[in-house]
Design a protein around this ligand. Structure first.
Ligand code: ATR
Length: 282
């Protein structure tokens, strides 16, 4: 019997999750269908309950419903609690309620550490932005043992609040907030600069001082494009950065982790990333 899965968001038409999960299903010979659903801002909880009551096996959740998805679940993984948001739901087989997970952070870590071969341990890392995307990746980044993890944000209070919450939750001494002025005082570039702001979606770039860059810096944008080039990565290249990656690899990896959580089968993500890139560009 065919099992049914979906992704919900608002907007949702742009979502690549149906494509990626269909490629996983083909590759691993799993009998499933995966559809996109437009979320209802008022009745999101009722929508989700109805889909599961009708037999849905699993749901991915994207903006702006990730916090509500976490709240809806009776069982939550540690990484979803730490992120304060869920991107994946399934039925809790024992209790009958919903179980929530967050695979975004592990998706980034797999892409960075395994596919791109960038080891976080003992590295100096800068994260730009302090919204939901940043919150989702901080836990796994800190667990990988960076020497320093600096967060900066246009709205300073937001980054300060996030850093304080994560320091309390994880006892993370490597984690610090930097204002623009503090950032400008660094006298060596970072090993890795992650753009977790939404600026690339509008072709903008966040304001950062030139000293964050070094020739060995890797620039990673959570946003992605078919070609792999984003406004942030072009900006990094203009400062001499050669090692760049967009977030399509993370998107495929977070999907693979969700697929594994639902099906117990791990797809070959490098093949699907290649296929996805080709299909997006077509
Ligand atoms: P997400 O869930 O994708 O993180 P979000 O919670 O709206 O979305 O956060 C967007 C992030 O991009 C924030 O860090 C935001 O900065 P503010 O907290 O100051 O709003 C950042 N951002 C958006 N546009 C920006 C811009 N033009 N320059 C710098 N940062 C920007």
């Amino acid at each position: 019997m065919t099992d049914h899965y979906a992704v919900v968001g608002k907007p949702i038409a742009h979502s690549k999750s149906p494509l990626i999960h269909r490629l996983f299903a083909q590759q691993t010979d799993q009998d499933l269908e995966y559809r996109a659903e437009l979320g209802d801002s008022v009745n999101f909880e009722e929508q989700v309950s109805k889909w599961f009551a009708l037999g849905l096996r699993g749901l991915n959740v994207t903006l702006p419903f990730k916090e509500r998805a976490l709240a809806l679940a009776s069982k939550k993984t540690a990484r979803a609690l730490l992120a304060g948001a869920a991107n994946t739901l399934r039925l809790d087989q024992n209790a009958g309620g919903l179980e929530a997970d967050n695979t975004d952070g592990i998706g980034l870590m797999r892409d960075l550490q395994e596919r791109l071969g960038f080891a976080i341990q003992d590295k100096r890392i800068l994260v730009l932005g302090a919204g939901g995307a940043t919150r989702g990746i901080l836990g796994p980044l800190l667990e990988a043992g960076p020497a320093r993890l600096v967060i900066t944000n246009r709205t300073e209070e937001r980054a300060i609040t996030l850093v304080q919450a994560m320091q309390t939750a994880m006892n993370a001494t490597a984690l610090t907030f930097n204002s623009q002025a503090q950032l400008a005082q660094h006298n060596e570039g970072f090993d890795l600069v992650i753009n977790a702001t939404s600026t690339s979606l509008s072709g903008d770039v966040p304001e950062v001082p030139d000293c964050i860059w070094a020739s060995h810096t890797m620039a990673y944008d959570l946003a992605y494009t078919p070609s792999g080039e984003t406004s942030f990565l072009v900006f990094a290249q203009s400062h001499g950065v050669k090692n760049c990656a967009d977030g399509l690899g993370m998107l495929v990896e977070q999907a693979a982790e969700a697929f594994y959580w639902w099906r117990g089968v791990a797809p070959d993500t490098s093949a699907v990333l290649k296929q996805t890139r080709i299909l997006l560009a077509a």
